[in-house]
Design a protein around this ligand. Structure first.
Ligand code: FNR
Length: 340
């Protein structure tokens, strides 16, 4: 059951695509016609929690748990190794419950012994399960995903969300690596960010709406679809600004609908220290193949170097000193929420 669901997610993520309304069109970078730098001076190194990463582009959590997903993880892990990208695996609960499928996750560490790899579980996980997920792939950090709306739309999904914060707090306290709390495409509000900060969560991945849409994916999988929920969630631009009002630089990953270097640069200029991309990598791998996947990652890096040169930002952190103008719905959202 669990295994076929994972391939269904891959199938529908590709079929439905990304909605492309992540709000980043509202973020305008101000051109700098005297940047006083050169492409040779640009460094893509960045920081997430205590981790230093050679690229700000994270291959975000997708899959594992079955033979076909093992092949996807292998190709993504080879990309991560060759291009120096951090990478998260998909939820490891299936392997915690059935050790026979653990190799579909372990392949990621086998292919990339020195890389930065994130483990992944849902907020239903116990502390003991969290430790096993980290051990399974010798993870450098643990992602805990939040996906309440996805669960509610799934007929077989969870219906009770009591005790999530307490379980996350215990995991943070007992896990030897940084804990990243992430959404899967519905966003994290400023108020939720404060709750998570207060229990000691080091890093947030905002997972805003506007990219892969898990409301639409679950509706495609179920009879009597609840299509009127397909627009649920806070777009990436807005959830990013909300969480950055609570969490400092070095502790926020922007994700949800990021597909190119310009969108990544906008999120980094707003203050994210890395960007997560899932659906876009999956699409290039499955539709165009492995060579195109490697070319795509290279294009993302070269595109970032080009934009950073144009803005006169020698480092990812320098981008936060570049001016941005926020217009449209995102500006309206900030005003309504009282965020400067
Ligand atoms: C996901 N995502 C996801 N997230 C997570 O924390 N655990 C998981 O197991 C999965 N599984 C998964 C499967 C597939 C096929 C996709 C495309 C995505 C969510 C993912 O990490 C990300 O948060 C969202 O997809 C939004 O980002 P993009 O796709 O718009 O870049």
């Amino acid at each position: 059951m669990r295994i076929s669901r994972k391939m269904e997610h891959v199938h529908y993520a590709l079929e439905l695509g990304q909605t492309r309304q992540q709000g980043l069109a509202d973020i305008k970078l101000v051109h700098n016609c005297l940047p006083e730098t050169s492409t040779d001076h640009i460094a893509l190194t960045t920081t997430i929690g205590d981790l230093t990463m050679s690229s700000p582009i994270l291959i975000n959590a997708m899959t594992g748990g079955a033979h076909e997903t093992e092949n996807i993880n292998r190709e993504l892990a080879i990309l991560a190794r060759d291009k120096g990208l951090p990478m998260a695996v998909g939820s490891q609960m299936s392997a915690i419950k059935n050790s026979e499928v653990a190799s579909s996750y372990e392949v990621v560490r086998r292919e990339n012994p020195n890389g930065i790899i994130f483990a992944n579980l849902g907020s239903e996980a116990t502390t003991e399960q969290a430790l096993r997920a980290v051990d399974m792939i010798e993870a450098n950090a643990l992602q805990i995903h939040l996906n309440v709306m996805q669960e509610l739309i799934m007929p077989e999904g969870d219906r009770s969300f009591i005790g999530m914060l307490k379980r996350i707090e215990n995991i943070v306290r007992h896990t030897p690596v940084p804990v990243i709390v992430k959404e899967v495409g519905f966003g994290i509000s400023r108020d939720n960010a404060k709750q998570l900060r207060d229990i000691g969560v080091q890093v947030l991945d905002v997972g805003g709406s506007g990219g892969t849409n898990f409301a639409a994916i679950e509706n495609a999988r179920r009879p009597a679809a609840l299509d009127w929920l397909n627009d649920w969630g806070t777009p990436t631009s807005m959830t990013l600004i909300e969480t950055l009002s609570v969490y400092p630089w070095g502790s926020v990953i922007a994700s949800g609908g990021i597909t190119n270097a310009l969108e990544a640069a906008k999120a980094l200029t707003l203050g994210a220290s890395a960007v997560g991309m899932a659906g876009a990598f999956l699409k290039v791998l499955r539709v165009e193949g492995v060579d195109a996947l490697h070319a795509y990652a290279e294009e993302l890096h070269q595109g970032l170097i080009l934009i950073m040169t144009a803005l006169g930002a020698n480092s990812i952190h320098d981008l936060t000193r570049c001016p941005v103008v926020i217009v449209g719905d995102t500006a309206e959202w900030c005003r309504a929420r009282g965020i400067d």
